[in-house]
Design a protein around this ligand. Structure first.
Ligand code: GRF
Length: 201
């Protein structure tokens, strides 16, 4: 079994999409080892508990990034995690955290990177006048929303869209993309050449 560590800060719909893909065996040979939130009261933690998964809050408020990340790394190691999935984890992670899990941390971002990194990506896309947007699953490196791209899904931006409508259309694709990207990465059937993720086989 490959073991996932999920990091979130809020709603947790991507986490639930991953859990559902495991249940339906679209993600086979995979289990969620632990769910960690840096925020108390994150709905994603309640959902994890309801599913009977180990779930913990490691509060980040008022702590240095180094101290907080050290505790997160320790929890992930305790649970023998093979792959770390950031799923709405609203906190930058330190270089030390990235180095602790080399090419073993994924993130999902609600735009077609490198367009619109950072917060409110959907609003940025609308305001810029982009006519397509989507989501990106990428490896996490030391720069924000920057690592090697594993998978992208594209959606149209429609004339009638507001931020909520576009976000909902993108989120639907996120829920498909994340389990697919996890399966790809865990299969090991890829190589990274420069910034390019190339599928083998
Ligand atoms: C998603 O839009 C994800 O792309 C971004 O944060 C949001 C998290 O949503 N990184 P959820 O908590 O998974 O529902």
């Amino acid at each position: 079994m490959k073991r996932l560590g999920i990091l979130l800060s809020g709603r947790g719909s991507n986490f639930l999409a991953i859990a559902e893909a495991i249940r339906q065996q679209r993600l086979a040979g995979v289990e969620i080892a632990v769910v960690l939130s840096n925020k108390a009261g994150a709905p994603g933690i309640a959902s994890a508990e309801a599913l009977g998964l180990p779930a913990f809050v490691v509060e980040s408020k008022g702590r240095s990034r180094a101290a907080h990340d050290a505790e997160m790394i320790a929890r992930l190691r305790e649970h023998n995690v093979d792959l770390v999935c950031l799923a709405g984890y609203m906190r930058l992670i330190s270089a030390g955290f990235v180095r602790a899990f080399p090419n073993r941390i994924l993130n999902i971002h609600p735009s077609l990177l490198p367009a619109f990194p950072g917060l409110h990506a959907q609003k940025q896309a609308l305001e810029y006048g982009a006519q397509t947007s989507g989501c990106t699953v990428h490896f996490v490196d030391e720069e924000l929303d920057h690592g090697v791209i594993v998978l992208q899904k594209v959606v149209p931006v429609l004339d009638a869209d507001d931020e909520d409508a576009l976000s909902a259309r993108i989120l639907e694709q996120e829920h498909i993309a994340y389990p697919e990207a996890i399966a790809r990465v865990l299969s090991g059937e890829y190589e990274i050449r420069g910034r390019r993720y190339l599928r083998r086989g």
